[in-house]
Ligand binder design. Sequence first.
Ligand code: ADP
Ligand code: ZN
Length: 457
Amino acid sequence: MELEYYLCIKYERSMSMTEFWQKEIETMPRAELEKFQLIRLKETIKQAMKSPYYGKLYKEKGIDPDSLADINDIRKLPFTEKQDLRNEYPFGFLSVPQQQIIRLHSTSGTTGNPIVVFHTKHDLDSWANLMARSLFSAGARDTDVFQNICGYGLFTGGLGLQYGIERLGALSIPAGAGNTTRQVKLMKDFGTTAVHAIPSYLSRLYEGIIAEGIDPKKDLKLRFAAIGAEPHTEEQRARIEELFGIKAYNSYGLTEMNGPGVAFECTEQTGMHIWEDCYVAEIIDPMTLEPVPDGQEGELVLTTLDRHAVPIIRYRTRDITCFIEAPCKCGRTHKKIARITGRSDDMFIIRGCNVYPMQIEAILMKMPQLASNYLITLDTNENNDFIQVEAEIKSDTFTGDIEALDKLSKFVTREIADEILVTPIVKLVGQGTLPQSEGKAVRVKDLRTICKNESYK
Ligand code: ADP
Ligand code: ZN
């Protein structure tokens, strides 16, 4: 097929496909996909050079987009860092006249000052299409009643999903975050079949549903969940699927790249397809900055290919993942990435050992006696750093048997020590006693007075 043909595809479902949202694009042969990416990359560079930031930088470096011969030449371009976006706040990356931008979003500021991204009408159209394509690939359909349990406003999980659900043609319920009682009522009254939420909230919602005397498997029509926006383990996904009796699909995105809709699991649930017609994905070794071989973990680097207002080139996401090599059974040719195991910002060093919170979560979630909320505290005691892990024990499994509790706590201690090579202090606490955040879960509290690894913040 001619490449121009793909460029003409509209931001909507093509024909009456049963398996794909846009079959031509989703199943494009890789060689063509890469040629298509190169065309879009050149356009993106030209567009980006209209911004004060890239205009100056690329001129100084003498970068000529037309000199790129294939998509791997992207490696000749400099990286863009989170700090660059922060330094250029608010308009340094803007590549269109201000009257063309119609919305802005910003990061939640999990790891520092917020980053702002603007969108033109074209950008929002393209994003809504990607979001609809993502949901469709995971099996959501226009027949679904789709409740979006996410904060609206600046957070991209609200409006990003909203426009995607509408583009998909499902009935959207813009429920917003929190207020479990109202969420459950909406689910019951309107027969919600699909939800989007951060995984830590879904575990809490389950507790709320049970508290209302409702059996989620019998009394609700739920069948589908899109979960993302924060790192979570395969074990946590399995738990959500089991508790609700549904399928839960991993959804990845970040404000800098629009938000959700960057990569999404298809029904195979074996990794998330990155939509390569709209993004170039690279995975690099964060130390050497060289690409890692497929299958090896590294830092994800992303480039927008279809954004006018704020094109971002070779963005270091800090998210740790790897490419999954084997072609997907679903027929989509776009590369897949594995579950994000953490972000380099999340990693902490305790007594010389590098630890990701997800290593600890994976162990806790395997214990059927434990609920889903937990808190890791790093602190200093008589000149020594120590790590404490508090985990909630499910109310219905605690019989008051102190000996059994002690045995469980020792077992969890050993399992974690084997994994992270440092012995933690484990405290099993009552369900509902640990703090819960309204948005993304805060899993680590660092109170140390020495050896704090500031370089990772
Ligand atoms: P902030 O950086 O302030 O949290 P965002 O709301 O844009 O701002 O969050 C994007 C980040 O959330 C990603 O870079 C990634 O670290 C995390 N994230 C998003 N989706 C997932 C997911 N499915 N799995 C793990 N982490 C995710
Ligand atoms: Zn697939």
